[in-house]
Design a protein around this ligand. Sequence first.
Ligand SMILES: CC(C)(COP(=O)(O)OP(=O)(O)OC[C@H]1O[C@@H](n2cnc3c(N)ncnc32)[C@H](O)[C@@H]1OP(=O)(O)O)[C@@H](O)C(=O)NCCC(=O)NCCS
Length: 274
Amino acid sequence: MADTSGQQTGDPIWTAIRAEAWSEEEREPLLRKYLRESILKSKRLEDALSSHLAAKLATESLYPMILQALIDHVWKESPEVTRALRADLQAIRDRDPASRGFLTPFLYFKGFHALQAYRIAHWYWNQERFLLASHIQSRISEVFGVDVHPAAKIGSGVLFDHGTAIVIGETTVIEDNVSLLHEVTLGGTGKETGDRHPKVRRGVLIGAGSKVLGNIEIGEGAKIGAGSVVLDPVPPHRTVAGVPAKIVGRTEVESPALEMDQSFPHVQNEGSGI
Ligand SMILES: CC(C)(COP(=O)(O)OP(=O)(O)OC[C@H]1O[C@@H](n2cnc3c(N)ncnc32)[C@H](O)[C@@H]1OP(=O)(O)O)[C@@H](O)C(=O)NCCC(=O)NCCS
């Protein structure tokens, strides 16, 4: 596939991002240098994103070049992480009514940035490089206001909408095609140790400000209303809401784009195995 520069990328999402960047260069000359540095100088989506994330997360204790090399290493070693990155971008495009195209989320959506940086931290955590993973977690929290423990397991096609104040604990599992709105906590009750965090199955929508506490299962295709406190398991395809949350209905799939419905039959991703 060709972008407007005539470049063959073989990667539909990257081709689309480049085409949008070429077009924006014309419309917004003030951002020309930024677009060149962030997008147009890179050959691959991975190269552009590692540079972008490194610039945001680097400190004097971990310089951008070193951080970028650490990120590039993960993408070289783990095709699963790069597949998840594309599925996450596609999820934003499909589910977020505020998103137009791929360029804006790539450049500016901190929920997306936080999730990709978590995927890097998670990979290093699994390599038993615990301090490096914690360092990255800490920077994600400082820069994006999103705090995900690097040991948590998160599938692909996941949307952190807005991202602000999302907190995800150590033994949480989030399967594919889940959407979390801002200020969601997936936490422990404070009364348990060990495996103490929620298990969120495929296609769940968790509304803004909801607190899901304890090692409870949120069944496939369930919805949690904004501001709920969920303390009990939620059966598949049920809607719960309130404090404490109670079942208020069944989920239905009518207009995904309008409702941020979570079945997403049109999203093609190979999944993560989670
Ligand atoms: C729960 C939600 C997903 C709707 O699901 P639904 O299955 O279509 O549910 P309904 O709208 O039919 O509501 C069912 C009942 O739950 C109540 N309800 C819905 N959302 C609720 C909430 N967040 N808190 C308390 N009660 C809620 C409704 O008033 C209704 O009560 P009633 O039967 O007594 O009239 C939606 O209300 C919601 O909270 N979405 C999250 C949106 C969000 O986070 N937005 C932030 C964007 S930045």
